[in-house]
Design a protein around this ligand. Structure first.
Ligand code: GCU
Length: 431
């Protein structure tokens, strides 16, 4: 059969136009968890669910990648909410004397939707006097933008916060919360190295309580005329949607380079950063820091957190179907290397700490190796080394890895490694 030349691009165009709707259509025919075959090892990302091999890069891009994106939503994270038809970016304030005049602070209110909108406070800091558009790190934080820097002009987070966030009273920020995490967010160094920095708080999108759904998932349920969805609602996918809505703003800010947006997150926020990148090509690089189970560590792993444990402790992070794999992770038709492969050919840095065995650093290294065949098929290299690097040594290949001594935390020194990795991949070619 002969097709006109324009027909070749049609499936991709359709996929773009239909977006999530298209992925939902694909997912409709997937088998129930109990009837999936058991794969004790990591399933080959270059084999379709049907068992057919992926033979070309084009087949990966057009067929296998959408199949995996649909399967991760169907079996694990739940569907990402669609992009609201109405979005509004309000510049609440702008200050060009931030950090003693080193940067420009812009506080943006990202309103996602109409009358029942989810509202995200996004803080954007750009280096003052930069020539041309600058690359930007977009990080999701735990304790509010006001905790990342003490400047009193940063609005306090409006909603619920974790009790562990310093200065919070009754789960709400107070003036005493300002700057409580500033030492871990080296904004001045980030600007000095020519990057912009943007951040938002996860709890603007979903407040991370199994028993209370109050964010975008609750709004989705209200729109369907239903009661809020409880602990099977898929909070990580909701947070990833939050990343995407912030990216909607970033690509509209003419001071920033829309081709060089890096998504960063620590731990549960790192799981989210990886999912956000896997589902949105506008994200040029991801740094899931100490993300572990449900993110960068294998679900079939035997070190640290298991999916049985994560489903029990944080049921709301995933959907109901994922609970069907609790006692049988070998039936998962993918593992987390396939999520990493969805980033291909874009760079991914997994960074870790030796004492954080809960996040299974060595299992993460195996995940990275197992994603490499997809990168290789796309001509993007893989992991530069086949054995775990020494502590403090950054593996700089497109699939990057880092492990340092110490515990579960994200520090200013970790950020220096993130920037070293970004320098290699985003500044190549003298941009
Ligand atoms: C818990 C959880 C991890 C998660 C971590 C965090 O330890 O078990 O999966 O990464 O919290 O987000 O800090």
């Amino acid at each position: 059969m002969h097709f006109p030349p324009w027909f070749k691009g049609a499936p991709r165009l359709m996929a773009c136009l239909l977006g999530v709707t298209c992925l939902r259509l694909v997912s409709a025919g997937f088998p129930e968890p109990a009837s999936l075959p058991s794969h004790p090892g990591l399933p080959d990302p270059l084999v379709f669910l049907s068992g057919k091999p992926v033979k070309t890069a084009r087949e990966w891009e057009r067929k296998r990648r959408p199949e995996l994106q649909a399967m991760f939503q169907h079996y694990m994270y739940g569907d990402l909410p669609p992009k609201p038809s109405k979005m509004n970016f309000e510049i609440v304030s702008e200050h060009d004397d931030f950090l003693g005049g080193q940067g420009v602070l812009r506080c943006v209110r990202v309103t996602c939707g109409g009358s029942d909108a989810t509202v995200i406070d996004l803080m954007v800091v750009t280096p003052k006097g930069a020539k041309g558009r600058v690359p930007v790190f977009l990080a999701m934080n735990f304790c509010g933008n006001h905790a990342v820097h003490a400047d009193p002009r940063i609005p306090l987070t409006r909603g619920w916060l974790y009790t562990s966030c310093a200065g919070c009273v009754d789960h709400h920020a107070t003036e005493a919360s300002r700057g409580s995490q500033a030492k871990d967010w080296p904004i001045a160094d980030i600007l000095a190295r020519g990057y912009a920095f943007a951040t938002f708080c996860s709890t603007d999108v979903d407040s991370d309580r199994a028993e209370v759904s109050d964010g975008v998932r609750a709004a989705e349920a209200r729109a369907r005329g239903e009661a809020p969805v409880g602990p099977d609602r898929g909070t990580i996918a909701a947070w990833a949607w939050g990343f995407h809505r912030c990216v909607d703003y970033l690509v509209s800010d003419r001071r920033l380079d829309r081709r060089r947006i890096v998504a960063v997150g620590h731990s549960r926020n790192g799981k989210t950063a990886l999912l956000a990148g896997a589902m949105d090509d506008r994200i040029a690089m991801v740094i899931p820091h100490q993300a572990g189970c449900g993110g960068t560590a294998p679900s079939r792993g035997t070190v640290g957190e298991s999916i049985e444990r994560i489903n029990r402790a944080f049921p709301h992070w995933f959907n109901a179907r994922f609970k069907g794999f609790t006692n049988n992770p070998a039936r998962l038709p993918f593992d987390q290397h396939a999520l990493v492969a969805l980033m291909a050919p874009r760079p991914v840095l997994m960074s870790n700490a030796q004492d954080d065995q809960w996040a299974n650093p060595s299992g993460q290294f195996e995940v990275l190796q197992a994603a490499a065949p997809v990168y290789q098929m796309l001509g993007a290299g893989g992991v530069a080394t086949s054995s775990m690097p020494a502590h403090g040594v950054l593996v700089r290949s497109r699939l990057g890895y880092y492990i340092r001594p110490g515990k579960h935390s994200m520090t200013a020194d970790d950020w220096r490694v993130f920037m070293d990795f970004a320098d290699v991949h985003l500044r190549a070619g003298g941009q």
